[in-house]
Design a protein around this ligand. Structure first.
Ligand SMILES: Cc1cc2nc3c(=O)[nH]c(=O)nc-3n(C[C@H](O)[C@H](O)[C@H](O)COP(=O)(O)O)c2cc1C
Length: 185
């Protein structure tokens, strides 16, 4: 049974369209879903003291320390679903903090002798789910960043973008756009 990690970065829990779309995707996937709500769990951005602690733990190879729980969980998932609304042409800041915690040399990637990053993640497929008030078009910076991290650092080559867009544009029918996006999964 595949281990599916669901990284929920949706902020508006009771009415998030992104969460609805992500749940429709999760319903179609086969596996055990582990939910990580990063608005409840709130990974913190790295600061001077946490960076120093991370360096110390890494130098001592204490990669099973709970400090690295996000990175270990990410590295061990077979499938990952990240759900994040399109905010300020990217995604909510808490997701960037999460990525900082996940990007640990020795857990999710390492460097080859030639100094090239090489992925250590088990994940065979990552889905990035979003909804946008307008259109992401060529300003899909959030997705592009996650895809870049997956391809270059984590070794996750198969990354798929799923979205419903134009939801806040006057005259559009957001319910229909969302149900079409769900049917397209
Ligand atoms: C803080 C914030 C920033 C946003 N930034 C953008 C943006 O840059 N471009 C855009 O098209 N929509 C933007 N939106 C609209 C959201 O993308 C849209 O409403 C989305 O469907 C919200 O997802 P949710 O229903 O899961 O909360 C923004 C909304 C908020 C609250």
């Amino acid at each position: 049974m595949d281990k599916i990690l669901f990284v929920d970065s949706c902020i508006r829990k009771d009415k998030s369209r992104t969460l609805i779309l992500a749940k429709a995707l999760l319903n179609k996937l086969n596996g055990d879903v582990e939910c990580l709500d990063i608005n409840t769990d709130r990974p913190l951005p790295l600061a001077e003291e946490t960076l120093a602690l991370r360096d110390k733990l890494s130098q001592e190879s204490k990669f099973d320390d709970s400090f690295f729980r996000y990175a270990n969980q990410f590295a061990n998932a077979d499938i990952i679903v990240i759900a994040a609304p399109y905010w300020d042409m990217s995604f909510p800041a808490v997701l960037k903090s999460y990525i900082e915690q996940v990007s640990v040399c020795g857990i999710t990637f390492h460097y080859t002798n030639e100094g090239i990053p090489e992925g250590l993640c088990k994940c065979k497929k990552l889905y990035y789910v979003t909804t946008a008030g307008g259109y992401t078009e060529n300003m899909n910076f959030g997705y592009d960043y996650i895809k870049g991290m997956c391809n270059i650092y984590y070794g996750i080559k198969d990354v798929e973008f799923i979205s419903a867009e134009g939801l806040d544009i006057w005259g559009n029918d957001p319910e229909k756009i969302l149900s079409d996006a769900i049917n397209n999964i």
